[in-house]
Design a binder for this molecule. Sequence first.
Ligand code: PLP
Length: 337
Amino acid sequence: MIIDLRSDTVTKPSPGMKEAMFAAPVGDDVFGEDPTVLALEEKAAQLFGKESAVFCPSGTMTNQIAIRLHTRIQTEVICHKYSHIYLYEGGGIMANSLASVKLLEGDLGKITASQVAASINPDDIHAPETTMVSLENTMNKGGGSIYTLDEVVPIKKVCEEFGLKLHLDGARLFNALVESGESPKDWGAQFDTISICLSKGLGCPVGSLLLGSKADIKRARKVRKVMGGGMRQAGFLAAAGIYALDHQVDRLKEDHARARALGEMLLKKSFVSEVLPVATNIAIAKLDGITPEFFLEKLKEKNIKAVKFGPDLVRFVTHHDFDDEQLEEFGNRISDL
Ligand SMILES: *Cc1c(COP(=O)(O)O)cnc(C)c1O
């Protein structure tokens, strides 16, 4: 048996999810006629108290659409230097929006209101105009770290004061919410747009949603079209999303408990000097004396998969298809490393 901890995207649809997918009523969503897509969009928007939502093939697309909505040519996005929108979306801020980016430092991938305030460009002929701020929760490169509302509210205040749009890359937002106990509606109220992924911890095969105002999501549908993201009988995929929101959110806590246990197992190894605080479903191990390539090779011999996450870092992500039995087996397999 292979233990695959490369990402929470490696999951297969659960039996109940598959059933829901096959049973879904569908139509042509580019004509706005897929009842299951419409139901998913409505459900997600309501959950976060937003007016509207649009279903997209990926979180890269929902993030990139949001950036398109909140920037113009020669404007600038503020985000952490480890943000997914900057590091892992193929240079999309430039390629899709012709916008610049200001990268901030911060512990565990997080930025603060005072940093944001200090990073807004002056109204000056030399500077791109700052128009948006993007946060990520949970923060992938921060080891799945969590923003809480009391950290976000002051950032929102700065954005309001300076007329900036605030976007949330919430690829793993549900991981944060089940851990903090904060409500989706309170989060919805802080952001102009929120991207959530169904294909990560929620265990769907495909799909992300962009949530926002009616006007923003209307424009988002046009941007989705030009990016090639208009899908036809997408209700088969949307049905998985509805099923996941109903049945596979609360169980994320189990992933977090297993990630903590996994982090403790890793920390006992002589060649692991540190594990970043395990706040949710990601455990990032810092290596001492061996390279990530060497460690990954040894793991591969034991049928365990993980990914390199920096010059001396290896990332493990727990997910729907990683259970207690596999956790125990993981411990056995690494015992003689
Ligand atoms: C996975 C992920 C995304 C979106 O990725 P896709 O593979 O395009 O769906 C966006 N942000 C973060 C933080 C992610 O982890």
